[in-house]
Structures are given as structure tokens and as C-alpha cells.
Design a protein around this ligand. Structure first.
Ligand code: PTJ
Length: 250
């Protein structure tokens, strides 16, 4: 596995690399018990999308980045899978945007929080990113949610106006929308409640989205958001893409 993941010419290189990153994160105690199940569901949808960024997902990514750039108080929310798959690239994005990241996990335990903070802090120091890592000391709660997953930081997620949340759950997405935030989600499943609820849904693989955002940030012209953007159309386009993919194989 490690050998294949180290060979970029292997046809399944990217997918194996992501699995390898999750295995390493699991060993460090960063992941939820169901993290690999969630990833497997994502992989199934990614297969149906051709393991590529489809044009409507790229438009959604441009729209999402434009919202982050125009925000007063943007925040990137991170969970176990996001840190494992693209921790360094997400810190790079936060550094370029000048915004904090907040570790905000569904299955919250002190051990997982420590492991995630330690991993991100190492990456931050190794690459000299100027990014504040929030989440260790929550001092606010997302209204309308029960249990530890409602915990958040007042000057982070709670006060944010635009929030990038990779792999969010439906309830929390709904609660964040109810707080009046612009919620930008990354979810390979266009049918999920999260995908349906969000302001902007990028139906694409998380590490590809972050790479696309970092590439856009490095370009001369930064994206501007469009009032014409329609999230229902984005989701329908992803479903049409999957339907065409399956029809072509019958
Ligand atoms: O670290 P925690 O405690 O916050 O827990 C994280 C997981 C992901 C385990 C938790 O949020 C969870 O159980 O998520 P769900 O409800 O299974 O939803 C995960 C969604 O993300 C599914 O719709 C998947 O299709 C999608 N998904 C999985 N991997 C990726 C993905 N979307 C984009 N990129 C991926 N790599």
C-alpha cells in the first residue's frame, strides 16, 4: 500500500494516497470511528463522477472562494477527515485568505482534539503558516444542536459570516444556516441533506477542491461571486452527470 501510494504513475495513485493519509491519521488517533465508512461513501460517488472536478463543481468552487474573499470574518471549519486528507493544503488556503481554522468535530473527545491540534500545529510550524488554530477552548454553542458537536469558539465559527465546512452533517449545516451564515460545503453526495441545505455545495472530492482553490488564489484574477449562482442547479448538474455516466455504460 505504502509503495503504491508513493508511485504517481499508478492509475489509482490519488485514491490510494488519500487512503494512506487516512490510515496514518487513524494511527495518530485523529479520526472518528466511522471516518473510513464516510470516506468509502465519498469514494463511491467520486467513482460515479469520474474522479474529476466536473465543470459545475468548478463553478461552485469559484463561487465559494469569492464568498470567502468578500467575507468580513471567514473561518474554515475542520474535522478529522479534512485534516487527514488535506491538512497542509487547508492551512495554506487559510494563510492566503488570512483567516483562522477551527477544529470542530462531530464525534468530540479530548484525545481526538489533542491529536488534531498537535498534527495541525506541526504542519503550521513546518511550513511557517500564519494561521490561528481555534477549537481547543470552545466558549459558545451553535443554537439548536444537542451534545458536544454544538461546541464552538465565539470569535471563530460562532461569529463567522462565511464558513467553509468540508464534510458537514445535515443537522449542523441547517443550524449554521439558521444563524444567518453563508455556508460553503464540500460533499461528493449531491443527495445528502448537507448538500441540499448549504449556500454553496461543491460536489467534488475535498483534496481536489482545496487544490483548485489554492490554484485560483495564486492566479492573477481572483473570482468574484455571482448573484446568478443557483445551488439547486449545481446539484442537478452533478446528478445529471452521474446519470449520463451510468447510461453510457448500459
Ligand atoms: O471528524 P468528525 O468527528 O467530525 O467526523 C467526520 C465524519 C466524516 C466521520 C462525519 O462527519 C460523518 O459521519 O460524516 P457523514 O455523515 O458520513 O457524511 C460524510 C459525507 O461526506 C458523505 O456524504 C460523503 O459522501 C462525503 N465525503 C466523504 N469523503 C469525502 C466526501 N466528500 C468530499 N470529499 C471526500 N474526500
Amino acid at each position: 500500500m505504502v509503495e503504491i501510494a508513493a508511485d504517481p504513475t499508478h492509475p489509482r495513485y490519488q485514491s490510494l494516497l488519500m487512503r494512506h493519509r487516512l490510515e496514518e491519521a487513524e494511527k495518530k488517533g485523529m479520526l472518528a470511528g466511522s471516518a473510513l465508512i464516510a470516506h468509502g461513501r465519498g469514494e463511491a460517488y467520486d467513482y460515479l463522477l469520474g474522479e474529476q472536478t466536473i465543470p459545475s463543481a468548478m463553478s461552485a468552487t469559484e463561487q465559494a472562494l469569492a464568498h470567502l474573499l468578500a467575507a468580513q470574518h471567514p473561518v474554515i471549519s475542520l474535522n478529522g477527515n479534512a485534516v487527514a486528507l488535506a491538512g497542509k493544503e487547508l492551512l495554506h488556503l487559510a494563510d492566503r485568505l488570512g483567516c483562522p481554522v477551527e477544529i470542530n468535530i462531530f464525534y468530540r473527545t479530548p484525545e481526538r482534539m489533542d491529536a488534531l491540534i498537535e498534527h495541525l500545529s506541526e504542519l503550521k510550524d513546518a511550513h511557517s503558516y500564519d494561521v490561528e488554530i481555534l477549537g481547543a477552548q470552545p466558549d459558545a454553542r451553535i443554537p439548536g444542536l444537542e451534545g458536544p458537536r454544538a461546541n464552538c469558539v465565539k470569535r471563530g465559527i460562532f461569529d463567522s459570516d462565511v464558513l467553509l465546512v468540508p464534510l458537514e452533517d445535515g443537522d449542523r449545516c441547517e443550524a449554521l444556516m439558521a444563524m444567518g451564515k453563508t455556508v460553503l460545503v464540500i460533499d461528493l453526495n449531491p443527495l445528502s441533506r448537507t448538500a441540499q441545505m448549504a449556500s454553496v455545495t461543491m460536489v467534488d472530492e475535498l483534496s481536489r477542491v482545496v487544490e483548485n482553490m489554492n490554484t485560483l488564489m495564486a492566479a492573477d484574477e481572483l473570482p468574484e461571486f455571482s448573484n446568478e449562482y443557483n445551488n439547486e442547479h449545481t446539484l442537478q448538474d452533478a446528478l445529471d452527470h452521474i446519470k449520463n455516466f451510468l447510461t453510457a455504460r448500459n
